[in-house]
Design a protein around this ligand. Structure first.
Ligand code: ZN
Length: 141
């Protein structure tokens, strides 16, 4: 789980360097850099990197919700990333588990660990639209 960081100390109209933002939020510079790698917006990719307070607030506030938000069809919940993630290359293995359920497994695009999700077999056709699915029928072996 990512540590909860309060964005309340940030001023919306101020710009922050990576160091200033880290100090304002009591996190490490490395943490701020990893946010930027995720999708914290910066003013430019040139140095010094500047982050607008309101962008940082928005980023931090949006991080609080992802677990409760419903996954999109092309997403998996990654336990390591603690967030909905895309499947690497949209390549997915599907194991038919029962008459009604199937298990999709893939590689997390963020951390390259295995992710999986249970779906209803009735929804498989929808998933076939977004993924390149390889079937593994356990009952056939
Ligand atoms: Zn991951």
């Amino acid at each position: 789980m990512p540590k909860k960081v309060s964005s309340r100390s940030l001023k919306a109209h101020r710009t922050y360097t990576v160091l200033e933002l880290a100090e304002s939020l009591h996190v490490t510079v490395g943490t701020v850099r990893s946010w930027i790698k995720q999708d914290l917006r910066t003013l430019s990719s040139k140095r010094p990197i500047l982050i607008v307070g309101s962008d940082a607030k928005e980023f931090l506030d949006s991080r609080k919700k992802p677990i409760s938000r419903r996954l999109l069809e092309n997403e998996f919940h990654c336990l390591s990333c603690s967030t909905p993630v895309r499947a690497l290359g949209d390549l997915v293995d599907c194991t038919l588990q029962s008459e009604t359920t199937a298990r999709l497994s893939a590689i997390c695009m963020g951390c390259e660990k295995m992710v999986c999700r249970m779906i209803s077999r009735a929804d498989l056709t929808n998933f076939e639209q977004v993924f390149d699915i390889s079937y593994r029928d356990v009952s056939a072996t």
